[in-house]
Design a protein around this ligand. Structure first.
Ligand code: NIG
Ligand code: FE
Length: 412
């Protein structure tokens, strides 16, 4: 029996191999294999066996996991990967207590990144995106969702989407693209957001034709787009065959969560101030709640999504960095796992589901990523950790020891 790569001496193996997305109490139900070995062939998992069943196996590459924790590569379901510039000057404003939406209203925030992104060349944006993807990979992420939304005009939105596509084809990580043209109202459309949405929905055909995005997302928020405007826009996207996502109930509870459920969105994201009714509807739906506790943390808020109540009510939850230059500037999903434990009060088992199988389903990749089983992608991380409890516990540093993507070792 021959495999390209054999991983032996695994302390704890989390396969996360369930019919996902995993909802409610089941998120706390983790299967841990001890003394397992993984055979990899042609970039896929050939088999998972007990260590004592592999004496006849021959291989080109033997990896000794030295009794450490092994899991699927992390799946990052919500990032704003492609952008120009940075916004470190805003930190002082935040310290003075100027609210996020006020900075945006004054032409800063998202709009300042829009200016920097317009000015940046394709090559500059690509180089920057690849740099951030490298960093994510180093931290154990093997699949990444990337949104546009820093163009807010036809040309720059398409430039961002084309950069994401190029980055996805150049970089070993898998990239899933989302069109977020409806991310803010540009100053020239200040009095007519509806006309701006019409302009953005005018791009749907070209985006489809050139295969530039699978999902359409919108920022449903006070001073950005109302629930009614969002509904009309998302309806058009749905008719064109896009999957739907919503930046919902991040700052003001407008009912974006309920809208995500109503529209059959694959995910409602943020959900920091979702209403009781929204939680109930989410739990009864197939929409996944993508929770971004790093954003509450980084915006200096005391309000965190009620993810504990959402899971207790029966919802499926995923967790993400929300990596972007304004509200959450980190590529380290491991740090967010710690914040999820401390601030959302999720258990380690729930957190592991939220960053693997559920996040894969939140971006339409549940069939190939976020879990380990014969035939799935060999996206695997060996962690410098003795067990699965350890990652949320030891926070702020990188525990990824060996990162394997499609069977190839990227970092060791
Ligand atoms: O998910 N809230 C909207 N969009 C991003 C932030 C973007 C930015 O500040 O540049 C978010 O938090
Ligand atoms: Fe976001």
């Amino acid at each position: 029996m021959f495999v390209d790569t054999l991983i032996t001496n695994i302390g704890q193996l989390l396969t996360m191999n369930k019919q996902g997305p995993v909802k409610g109490v089941e998120m706390n139900d983790l299967t841990i294999l001890e003394n397992a070995a993984i055979g990899i062939k042609d970039g896929k998992i050939e088999w998972i066996k007990k260590a004592d069943e592999i004496s006849a196996v021959k291989t080109d590459k033997l990896i000794d996991a030295k009794g450490k924790l092994v899991t699927p590569g992390l799946v990052e379901p919500h990032t704003h990967l492609v952008f120009g510039g940075s916004r470190e000057q805003e930190m002082a404003l935040k310290q003075q207590g100027v609210p996020y939406l006020e900075i945006l209203k004054q032409g800063g925030g998202i709009l300042s990144t829009v200016n920097a992104t317009k000015q940046a060349s394709f090559e500059e944006l690509l180089e920057k995106a690849l740099f951030h993807l490298d960093r994510m990979a180093m931290h154990g992420i093997t699949t990444v969702e990337a949104k546009s939304g820093y163009g807010l005009d036809k040309e720059t939105e398409l430039k961002q989407l084309r950069v994401a596509k190029e980055a996805g084809s150049k970089h070993p990580l898998d990239l899933v693209s989302t069109f977020l043209g409806a991310h803010a109202v540009p100053p020239e459309f200040k009095d007519n957001p509806k006309a701006f949405l019409d302009q953005m929905s005018g791009l749907f055909d070209e985006i489809k034709k050139d295969d530039l995005a699978e999902f359409v997302d919108i920022f449903t928020e006070t001073g950005v787009f109302s629930v009614e405007q969002s509904r009309g826009y998302l309806q058009k996207a749905k008719e064109k065959g896009f999957g739907l996502k919503i930046h919902a109930d991040e700052i003001d509870p407008l009912g974006g969560t309920e809208l995500a459920v109503e529209m059959g969105a694959v995910s409602g994201d943020h959900l920091a101030v979702t209403s009781d009714e929204g939680i109930k509807q989410l739990a009864a739906s197939d929409t996944i709640g993508v929770i971004l506790p790093g954003t509450s943390f980084y915006l200096g808020k005391d309000v965190y999504a009620r993810a504990r109540e959402m899971i207790d009510a029966g919802a499926a939850i995923a967790i993400s960095t929300d990596f972007n230059p304004g509200s959450s500037v980190t590529e380290n999903l491991q740090l967010i796992m710690a914040i999820a434990a401390l601030k959302l009060k999720l258990s380690p088992a729930e957190i592991w589901h939220a960053v693997t199988i559920n996040s894969a389903y939140a971006i339409g990749r549940g069939h190939e990523a976020g879990s380990l089983a014969a035939g799935r992608k060999a996206d695997i991380v060996i962690w410098d950790a003795p067990n699965y409890l350890y990652l949320p516990y030891h926070y702020g540093v990188n525990h990824a020891n060996t990162v394997i993507k499609d069977g190839v070792t990227l970092y060791e």
